[in-house]
Design a protein around this ligand. Sequence first.
Ligand code: IPM
Ligand code: MG
Length: 370
Amino acid sequence: MAYHPAMNITIAVLPGDYIGPEVMAVALPILETVLRKSGHTLEHSTHDVGGAGIDRHGKALPDSTLAACRAADAILFGSVGGPKWEKLPPQEQPERASLLPLRKHFRLFANVRPGLLLKNLVDTSPLRPDRIPDGVDMVCIRELTGGLYFGAKSTREIEGGDIEAIDTMVYRRSEIERITDVAIATARARRRHITLVDKANVLETSVLWRKVVGERIKAVAPDVTLATMYIDNAAMQLVLRPSQFDVVLTENMFGDILSDEMAVICGSLGMMASASLGLDENRHGRPYGLYEPSGGTAPDIAGQDKANPCAQVLSAALMLRHSFGLEAEARAIESAVERTVASWIRTADIAGGGPAVGTRAMGEAILARL
Ligand code: IPM
Ligand code: MG
């Protein structure tokens, strides 16, 4: 591995609910091992969030958890929410009351979700292998602190006993420019092609996105090509010909939807990691970030040693890359995951009905290949 001066890495670990703690228990030893091998030290403390926060502290994002996140260089997040808390008022639900405030508090405006399916693993995709002869290699850059998620919301009774609910989609030029810059930097490390996904035939915000992204790329990145696509067409093109995509740039809600589609095309939701990068720098002069699997808490399989830990493990790799600049260490983890899956050690979600291993065994197999 490349030489780096020894770093002291401090992270806040927030496992969350249902499968969250199970997959986190797999990711941490892998992270510790790769850091120890390259001479870095890891300090981590574990904190309640989501339903666990509600049950033990009366709120989804306890003050002590937020304080620990502030004191850390990055957050390694599991997943939150589930049927146990579904009867709470919407604003108190684990997802809305923990993950969204964390994104807002740390200004985590850039969500990076790599959709990578290696050629030798195309059998894990629900797509026909002849649609993806060379595998898939795309990345979703999703704006994460604007749009419908954070615009003004309200519900009220109106005339005639009817009820009206409002969500507002708001975007500013500055918000679009800064996420475009992330897409440009990402594209430059790849095939230099950005597809902007929007609904510019209907939405004002999309018209602004097209204008700002187009101008920005023309001004600062003439080496990058830009295609634009409506969201409905993009959802279709992704399953028809995923290889046409390199960097997919899009607003918050569209990115939420497309990134799940991209994840499953690349094998399973259980394989897709995600980095949410902030405006602030950590003590290492790198972006502060939150790293989490994209897949959710999977209450139906929780506690059964069935969940796929790969997305959590790969999220730790993204953390090393983005928040600590440890590219070789990130690659070491990614390669160990790839070789594990390629040697046909797989959890049920990517085993296609074939023999499957459990969460812990999958973790041990990855650890053994580091
Ligand atoms: C995601 C999740 C979240 C989102 C939920 C849990 C609020 O689906 O990270 O994609 O919609 O952003
Ligand atoms: Mg989502």
